[in-house]
Ligand binder design. Sequence first.
Ligand SMILES: CC(C)(COP(=O)(O)OP(=O)(O)OC[C@H]1O[C@@H](n2cnc3c(N)ncnc32)[C@H](O)[C@@H]1OP(=O)(O)O)[C@@H](O)C(=O)NCCC(=O)NCCS
Length: 245
Amino acid sequence: MYGERICGELILQQNLILDPSAIHVWHVNLKLTDSDYQQLKTYLNPEEQQRLQRYTHQPAQQQFLAARGRLKQLLAGYLGTTPSSIQFELGQYSKPRIAGTTIDSGLVFNLSHSGTVALIAISKNRALGVDVERIDSKHNLQGMAQRCFSDQELSSWNQFAEPHKTTKFYDYWCAKEAFLKATGRGLALGMQHCVINLNQSCYLSLPNSYQASDWQLHRIDVGNDYRAFVAGNGDSVTIISRHYY
Ligand SMILES: CC(C)(COP(=O)(O)OP(=O)(O)OC[C@H]1O[C@@H](n2cnc3c(N)ncnc32)[C@H](O)[C@@H]1OP(=O)(O)O)[C@@H](O)C(=O)NCCC(=O)NCCS
């Protein structure tokens, strides 16, 4: 696994700098100690506290709190403010954003969680989406591939033998979902119309009026048990992976 490791305490003490040509991808461990749990809870507003209480499944509750709390800590580090002052609102297609900002003004972020990992991608003035998935061969991958892959992708994928077939499924899935999340429109936009060249990590064609050449696709290394991609709009971009601990 590559990327700089940065201590959470430091994030709260100093401003993080983000170059407009970069996307920072933060790797966050969703397992919390009791004291982390108590600290992150203090960052939540009343609506977020209510959402936290609604999770009856303890791991899901912890996943939400860890991801939301760390997101607030990180954004506060970039903005030079306190985590509890970071508030969110729903933008176009209900994609969460920092309250009062648009893509052209301020920080843009997207978050994904799976298993015990969250990825938080942050950029300036650039639409972006991130997706991480824990590999699980128990799902009906063949059925999902038939629904979500283009004909070309399905025939390439069917030529892989196990265990590559399973990991390649997640490559396609995450690369597609990263773009769909960047637009905010999510799965409703149609996964099969978002066609990937995995060897070159790029989009071959995209649904509606989206142009494949306007989008960058980058694989993120999260270790052997996960697959992850980030999609960013615009010209060449440098991906900087960092580990929050
Ligand atoms: C967004 C979506 C792709 C999430 O997929 P997922 O694999 O279940 O979950 P992930 O862990 O990758 O992402 C979840 C995070 O994405 C973010 N998110 C939520 N809605 C989003 C959207 N519309 N676009 C991009 N990101 C979104 C949130 O930060 C969320 O984290 P939270 O639940 O802790 O707040 C899926 O829920 C979807 O397709 N939603 C539909 C969006 C839609 O139809 N909007 C139109 C409404 S008018």
